[in-house]
Design a protein around this ligand. Sequence first.
Ligand code: NAD
Length: 352
Amino acid sequence: MENKTYNVVVVGYGGMGSYHGQLIAPVPGIALTGVYDIVEYRMELARSQGFRTYGSYGEVLADESVDVVVIATPNDVHKDLAIQALQAGKHVVCEKPVTVTSAELLEIVQAAKEADRVFMVHQNRRWDEDFLMVKNLVENKKAGEVFHVESRVQGANGIPGDWRQLKAYGGGMLLDWGVHLLDQLLLLTDSEIETVTASLSTILGTEVDDGFTAHIRFKDGLTAVIEVGTTNFIKLPRWYVKGTEGTAVIYDWDLSGEIVTRNQAVAHVEPKPIQAGVGLTKTMAPPSEESTIREPFERVPSKTESFYENLVSVIEGKAQPLVRNEQVLRVLMLIEAIFEAAETRSVVHRTI
Ligand code: NAD
């Protein structure tokens, strides 16, 4: 339908719900018109910002002027809210993690199919520039064939003191930041996963993980370490990537980093032994300056409104979704394998 503006209601007007307003505002053909939250002061805030508020979720679904429902509540209620909205004929955008289990996502996908409505998950960190820079490095083989990726986010502030600390709400860092890092990882390769080992961190004594380390091996030989920590007073680089011709690092959100590659124009230079501790080593000596090339990463600017632009096009049948439900399902299956590997302290062999 040409020149239509799709009306959006955000359900759950907390930290992320209110951010959706900012994401939608610059996109033509779609507008945030209303808000529903179970907490009154969040509704007052929405009214003060000029949005219509609703007395119940049923009222949102009964409002025929509402085309799209954005679900930004804690994770445990995503499934029920999404299915109800789809059955009421609304298109649905859902925050990550879409659901707590892969089986729940399959129920939503079935409901979307039956209602013939769009269901898209807000995997917004696909637009993070650090990730786009690494993706570009992998695709353009700037460090040769990439055979190992390490992706980490680490802080020292613990788990935020809200529902994220509680299992019943789908809390824990694997379901929180883990979803983003695993989603990004799966976009770096076409290969399937072969094995997973993992450990969860419970240093803070919460009933959910305050971080985790997962080792993932793909069928084509690519290996990955994915790590999230909330007890790291000193953090490791955001990305560390090894290719057959070099190594790349991105240190932090400021995108500082570099790519160091073998200088093909220079014949092999035998490294000079260095003093290391109480011994000498040639093996661990740094490569000579003349035998390597140091380069900055190529910047890959990202457009944050792409998600909602794409949603409008998908609703109108003009584009395929940038975030596909099959991709989101794979991430949830990987999360389940990570939980299983951590719990059983064993290698999980699973094609994902
Ligand atoms: P929050 O606690 O700040 O906000 C949640 C809001 O939902 C609260 O206002 C709460 O009152 C409301 N709520 C709870 N149950 C409800 C219900 N049944 N119906 C209506 N409203 C309800 O949490 P948050 O940090 O905004 O997280 C919300 C969701 O967004 C989570 O799924 C989270 O994982 C996701 N999130 C995504 C990103 C991202 O980068 N994509 C970032 C932060 C949070």
